[in-house]
Ligand binder design. Structure first.
Ligand code: HEM
Length: 168
């Protein structure tokens, strides 16, 4: 049963969409900077800019998306562990949060400090990880709209979500 009024639930969903898809947008910005660096754009500009994007936008958003996503599950009838699409999104986002905070953020800050001294090998660090994470976020978005696989532990006949894809 939902613990939120319909208006509060819509507000929470709006916050979830703005933060999660903003996260995807910030990831695309990092990927764009990485491709620009690979194509020979001025590394004294590209990598310090990427450092700012990671520090002030991407890493903080990762935490906010995780928190708002978990709240969107626990405060609505979806629950966190009940529906497969929610559980898979939760796992993907949790793994990504860990990788962003423990690996990507320090790596990109290191590139920002190197600036003009980055090597061609270093440049790939701002292309491959954002390409992978953007793909993960696209998968999360598709899972959210299609809501596949039904409910965990439900008998075969009851594996599909309710008609509107949204339990009341
Ligand atoms: C901790 C991670 C996450 C959890 C637990 C989670 C959970 C949820 C839940 C329960 C809803 C339904 C909310 C409602 O009906 O009021 C939802 C909606 C949605 N989520 Fe997430 N989410 C997470 C991360 C993400 C990410 C990373 C993205 C995309 C980048 C995303 C995209 C969406 C979209 C587009 C919807 C709207 C679906 C619709 O209304 O049909 N979510 N999420």
């Amino acid at each position: 049963m939902s613990r939120l009024s319909p208006a509060a639930r819509k507000a929470l969903l709006t916050l979830h969409l703005v933060t999660a898809l903003g996260w995807l947008g910030a990831d695309l910005v990092l990927l764009t900077l990485g491709v620009a660096g690979l194509r020979g754009a001025d590394s004294a500009v590209v990598y310090p800019t990427a450092g700012l994007v990671v520090t002030y936008l991407f890493a903080p958003l990762s935490v906010v998306v995780w928190l708002v996503g978990v709240a969107s599950s626990l405060l609505t009838p979806w629950g966190l562990l009940r529906w497969r699409w929610v559980l898979v999104k939760f796992v993907l986002t949790t793994v990504m949060l860990g990788l962003v905070l423990l690996l990507l953020t320090p790596t990109v800050r290191g590139l920002a400090e190197l600036g003009p001294a980055v090597t061609s090998r270093d440049r790939l660090d701002l292309v491959i990880p954002p390409a992978v994470s953007t793909s993960v976020l696209l998968v999360a978005t598709v899972l959210s709209t299609y809501k596949p696989w039904g409910r965990r532990g439900a008998p075969a006949g009851r594996r599909r979500p309710v008609a509107a894809g949204r339990p009341s």
